[in-house]
Design a protein around this ligand. Structure first.
Ligand code: FES
Length: 160
């Protein structure tokens, strides 16, 4: 390939965008995200939403699998503590996710890659702000490379 063609390909290649998997509870955060959309609030389109009945439905293995399958970051969002549609679901979720976060910190995962946020159905603006923050943080952190044995860059949970 001629040098001019290579330059042309580089110029037209899309810049890297973070790929974020978002687990959203049906009753609050999903509705909040929907409100952001219907209110036409502009925000980054990097989050691929997976709707779950409640934040307590999110198993830590689902989060690890998202990373393994290519996510650069994972966001879990549910009702505010005390507002869960299933009364105590988000309290269970909070305990599980705190434990997972500690584990991920321990194995060296960049803390910007995993985030938990409580967003209600009326908080479309907050949802947009959370997504903007997560996206900006991941743009700074760069792409995630899952490596089975991990490395000194704190990139991957592994056996290293
Ligand atoms: Fe939203 Fe439980 S229903 S966190």
């Amino acid at each position: 390939m001629a040098e001019e063609e290579k330059q042309s390909v580089r110029e037209t290649a899309a810049p890297w965008e973070p790929n974020v998997v978002g687990f959203l509870c049906n009753w609050c955060s999903y509705a909040g995200a929907d409100l952001a959309g219907t209110s036409r609030i502009p925000y980054a389109c990097n989050v691929r939403v997976i709707r779950v009945p409640c934040s307590s439905r999110v198993d830590p293995l689902m989060i690890l699998r998202a990373f393994r399958e290519g996510a650069d970051g994972v966001l879990v969002s549910g009702c505010h503590p005390g507002d869960c549609h299933y009364i105590e679901g988000n309290y269970y979720a909070r305990r599980k996710l705190i434990a997972l976060k500690q584990l991920l910190d321990h194995v060296g995962l960049d803390p910007r890659r995993f985030r938990v946020s409580w967003v209600s159905a009326s908080e479309g603006r907050k949802w947009a702000k959370v997504v903007e923050t997560v996206t900006r943080d991941l743009l700074e952190a760069g792409p995630f490379h899952y490596e089975e044995n991990g490395d000194d860059q704190g990139r991957a949970p592994g056996r290293g």
